[in-house]
Design a protein around this ligand. Structure first.
Ligand SMILES: Nc1nc2c(c(=O)[nH]1)N[C@H]1C(S)=C(S)[C@@H](COP(=O)(O)OP(=O)(O)OC[C@H]3O[C@@H](n4cnc5c(=O)[nH]c(N)nc54)[C@H](O)[C@@H]3O)O[C@H]1N2
Ligand SMILES: Nc1nc2c(c(=O)[nH]1)N[C@H]1C(S)=C(S)[C@@H](COP(=O)(O)OP(=O)(O)OC[C@H]3O[C@@H](n4cnc5c(=O)[nH]c(N)nc54)[C@H](O)[C@@H]3O)O[C@H]1N2
Ligand code: SF4
Ligand SMILES: [Mo]
Length: 884
């Protein structure tokens, strides 16, 4: 298909591993419009809320434009020479293992390949690891144990064809929304069943059979399934005899395993076992509830065991399916971004593999052992073993477990380089050198999605200032370290061709990742490359794996593993009675450096919160909308209370997204224990034990302003709005003079002020105006302030002399919290329409208000609101706390 038709360029969304194709059209003045690509096989024209809002996240206002050396702008020559010199010096003085790279699954494969080649082939250390360690490494280890290779057997079409889709530790509706919509479409046309296995009730549970198992008990659940498969004679012996090792042992261990630890009602458990066993076409799709666990690799294998035993793998509509998180999480695994891998699925500790890669790269120095895995890497930074660190495309000071220690370690490291698109990240703030990277929309390369589909990202905008693509920055440093020839590429097409050629050698060594068929692409054909699924070799093109065996262990068989369930590393105790689950929200991406630029994405859930069961709320004596202080053995956080039946007693859920830049007290990884899966090294990010208590502030506030402001109060959380910024605040000590506090908060020395005060009751409202136009307002009270927030956020920059009333007036009702971010439709508006128009379906809500009719990401929330409006039962709804 043509890549560029009348100014519209085909590219790929930069966020999640669904890997949706987009059509991007520049507007000629630095902006773009973005639509789903109807011809891309992953999304067939659909986009979720994040993809739909991409246009709001480009632009240059937030961008780093020049290299920074200790806070001073320098030119590239100085920066690149300086970085090369410092890394060279550390290697000369302390050896190659004193340096490290920490990279990410959002790098393009070409960038990733260069980083890996530089560290493993030339600097001579294996100390390159990636945030995929926190994300996919348990799956990688599980795949390798079972299949002898890290291969996802299935493809997305299986989700269209399955009769039963089981989501294990996956909130697909929010985290892979376009795949979720494919599942929903299948359900609408063929009445398929969906099961969700998650201790928490999520948006993905809407209309599904929900198994709220105890955190960490997945192995026991899938052992129960395996034992039942055996008991019922459902083992596919033709398949297992020919292609599988370890069946009997795995079954014996499963039989000895205790299903009660799942805490599931036995009838519910039986319903699931019946469904799974009786439905041939079953896809068991899994994500971070499986991977991010101290038993993550075992969880992965417990799922694969059941598919191997039944031979339900690699055939249409069936198989275990690990969905990847980041857009190029899969590509990172292919290029060998993990510290125990080489490129192209080759192993660093295998002398034959090493020899082949060394010869191909003409590498002067190749490490013989695996390097440090992420958590250990930052421990080594902390204790001084790593003396030069380069962080590329990640924000580890926020997202690594024990994040305060990680932050301190980075701050104390003698030489830290960060490549990022902005300097406003917790990690970049700690660096000696920050290098301006070209962002999505400005750079070209390839990414591989969850179904092994390689797609092109294409540049449509020129990079602002001096920003450069990540591969270029890495290659320029390598050249300056004396390796000109090995890093002499002029464009990503040349890197891709080299990489594809190396994969051919991997293919000759019996590896599955072979894209040598693409090594012949010249720059032009690379530029035109259509989405293509690997492998692409003489022997095999695309398709599924393992329907007829053909595994990659030396005997060609798959391995089933005997798995003994293990509890989470920490058990709740008197001092820390809660288990802290963490994860994602629908409209934010990780540390928010891009999605928080979009007002409509920020409107969905604008403040960090903790989900807590009402009985725990009552037991702790917490009042509605209060602030809660959470403490673990590692650190503390302050977040807003949200009471909900979505979490069971004893469990808490806090989103991972907030950072020192927008809510310094809500960096949740400050609490997460740095315990890891012993095989994969993946941290248990969802099961740290914590204590919870009210954060009894002396005052609480809500502020709105046309421009960005940064409070210094004990608690604050700021979000963008369509008119400027909104912020929640709270403090332990009360300022003497609220007017001067507010004036300096907003930095508005000359604006006219309105001040309403009820000092006896501790209520103050201060507004700043230019004429009748509201510039900023602060509303303060001795308890969380009740206001029509979603109405007030529309006022800055408008004539609103009455703004201090804090309420909607006359014909302007409060819309309520945004549910549909595409059309900015609020919860109250939806409820009013349901009542006044008698709406009874999600489609009717769409017809009346347009809500849910663009990207569709909010449809499960709309369904829950409908249910709530027609039912007196308390529903477990993803509606977050409102103060009014
Ligand atoms: N909107 C949005 N989408 C994203 C991202 C984002 O930041 N924002 N990030 C992307 C990335 S990198 C990733 S890795 C994916 C992650 O996608 P998901 O894995 O779907 O997301 P999470 O919210 O991290 O976790 C999924 C679920 O695991 C559950 N869980 C916790 N403990 C257990 C357990 O012991 N067992 C089971 N069965 N479940 C458990 C949690 O309650 C949670 O609902 O999302 C990708 N997509
Ligand atoms: N508690 C808890 N912690 C978690 C998780 C969890 O579920 N719970 N999930 C974990 C998982 S699965 C993941 S994947 C990680 C994600 O964690 P991170 O990778 O740390 O998070 P991001 O915000 O995606 O960081 C990407 C950085 O790259 C920058 N950037 C954007 N574009 C470019 C570019 O083109 N080039 C360069 N050089 N930089 C760019 C962004 O500004 C941002 O600073 O978090 C992990 N941490
Ligand atoms: S599902 Fe959404 S975030 Fe993921 S690739 Fe598609 S548009 Fe992007
Ligand atoms: Mo991830």
């Amino acid at each position: 298909m043509p890549v560029n038709v009348s100014g519209v360029t085909r590219s790929t969304c930069p966020y999640c591993g669904v890997g949706c194709g987009v059509l991007v059209e520049p507007d000629g003045i630095g902006g773009i419009s973005v639509k789903g690509d109807p011809d891309h096989p992953a999304n067939r024209g659909k986009l979720c809320s994040k993809g739909s809002a991409l246009a709001e996240t480009v632009g240059t206002a937030h961008r780093l434009l020049t290299p920074q050396w200790h806070g001073e702008s320098v030119d590239w020559e100085t920066a690149l020479n300086g970085v090369a010199d410092e890394f060279g010096k550390v290697i000369a003085e302390h050896g190659p293992d004193a340096v490290a790279f920490y990279v990410a699954g959002q790098l393009l494969s070409e960038d990733y390949y260069v980083a890996n080649k530089l560290m493993k082939g030339f600097m001579g250390s294996a100390n390159i690891d990636t945030n995929s360690r926190l994300c996919m490494s348990s799956t990688v280890a599980g795949h390798k144990r079972a299949f002898g290779t890290d291969t996802v057997p299935g493809i997305y079409d299986d989700l269209d064809e399955a009769e039963l889709v089981v989501l294990v530790g996956s909130n697909l509706a929010w985290c892979h929304p376009v795949l979720y919509q494919r599942v929903m479409a299948a359900r609408e046309s063929r009445d398929i069943r969906i099961v969700t296995i998650d201790p928490r009730r999520t948006a993905s549970c809407e209309g599904a059979l929900h198994l709220p198992l105890k955190a960490g008990s997945d192995v026991a659940l899938f052992n129960a399934l395996l034992a039942e498969i055996d008991r019922r004679g459902a083992v596919n012996t033709a398949y297992t005899d020919a292609h599988v090792d370890g069946l009997d042992e795995a079954i014996a261990t499963a039989q000895a395993s205790e299903p009660d630890v799942t805490g599931l009602d036995s009838a519910l458990l039986q319903e699931f076992l019946d469904l799974w066993i009786n439905t041939e076409k079953v896809v068991t799709l899994f994500s971070q509830g499986v991977n991010q666990s101290s038993a993550g690799t075992d969880k992965v294998n417990s799922i694969i065991n059941c598919h191997l035993a039944t031979g339900r793998i690699g055939k249409p509509g069936m198989g275990p399916f690990s969905v990847t998180g980041q857009v190029n999480a899969m590509g990172g695994r292919e290029v060998g971004g993990l510290s125990n891998m080489l490129a192209c699925h080759l192993d660093i500790e295998n002398p034959e593999h090493r020899g082949v890669v060394k010869a191909f790269w003409q590498a002067p120095a190749m490490p013989e052992q695996s390097g440090l895995k992420a958590v250990d890497m930052f421990k080594a930074v902390g204790d001084g073993r790593i003396k030069a660190l380069w962080v590329i495309h990640s924000n580890p000071a926020v997202t690594l477990p024990d994040a305060d220690r990680v932050r301190d370690a980075i701050a104390a490291c003698p030489f830290v380089v960060v490549s990022d698109i902005t300097i406003d990240t917790d990690t970049a703030q700690l660096a000696d050198v920050v290098l301006p990277a070209a962002a999505w929309g400005e750079k070209s390369g390839t990414v591989t999605n969850s179904e092994r589909m390689i797609s092109r990202q294409r540049a449509v905008l020129s990079a602002p200032g001096q920003a450069k693509p990540d591969w270029w920055i890495l290659a320029e440093v390598a050249r300056r370290m004396g390796w000109e020839q090995a890093f002499a590429w002029e464009n990503p097409a040349e890197i891709f061709a080299e990489y594809a050629a190396l994969s051919g050698l991997a293919g000759e060594l019996g590896k599955d990742f072979d894209i040598s068929g693409l090594a012949v692409l010249d720059a032009q054909s690379y530029d035109k490359l259509d989405p293509v699924r690997w492998p692409q070799s003489a022997a095999k093109q695309g398709g599924r794996f393992f329907a007829e065996g053909g595994f990659f262990h030396t005997d060609g068989k798959a391995k089933m593993l005997p798995l003994v369930p293990r509890a989470t590393a920490e058990a709740p105790c008197e001092a820390r009675p809660f288990r802290l689950n963490t994860g994602r929200l629908r409209d934010q991406w990780h540390t928010m450096t891009r999605t928080a630029l979009s007002p409509r994405l920020s409107a969905h859930l604008p403040e960090p919160f903790v989900d807590m069961n009402p009985r725990d709320v009552q037991r702790l004596g917490l009042s509605a909308a209060s602030l809660v202080r959470l403490s673990s053995a590692q650190g503390h956080a302050i977040v807003r209370l949200h009471q909900t039946e979505d979490v069971v007693e004893g469990d808490l859920f806090v989103p991972m997204h907030w950072t020192g830049m927008n809510a310094p007290s809500a960096r949740i990884d400050a609490l997460v224990a740095p315990v890891v899966d012993p095989i994969s090294g993946q941290p248990e990010s969802k099961a740290t034990t914590v204590a919870a208590e009210e954060f009894a502030a002396a005052w609480y506030g809500f502020a709105i302003c046309t421009t960005q402001f940064t409070p210094s109060s004990d608690y604050w959380a700021r979000a963008r709005t369509s008119t400027g910024y909104r912020c929640e605040l709270a403090g332990l000590s009360t300022p003497d003079d609220w007017e001067s506090y507010a004036r300096s908060l907003f930095d508005l020395p000359d604006a006219t002020v309105q001040h309403m005060s009820d000092s006896k009751r501790g209520r103050h409202r201060v507004g700043f105006f230019s004429g009748d136009i509201l510039l900023a307002a602060l509303y303060v009270g001795p308890e969380p302030v009740a206001l029509m927030r979603d109405f007030l956020v529309g006022l800055p920059g408008q004539e609103a002399p009455w703004a201090l009333a804090g309420q909607a007036c006359g014909d302007m009702p409060d819309p309520g919290a945004v549910v549909c971010s595409c059309y900015a439709v609020g919860r109250n508006t939806i409820k009013r329409a349901i009542a006044s128009e008698g709406l009874t379906s999600v489609d009717q809500i769409g017809g009346c208000l347009s809500a849910g009719t663009n990207c569709g990401s909010c449809k499960s929330e709309l369904a829950a609101i409908l249910k709530e409006c027609v039912s007196t039962q308390p529903v477990c709804l993803i509606e977050k706390r409102r103060l009014a």
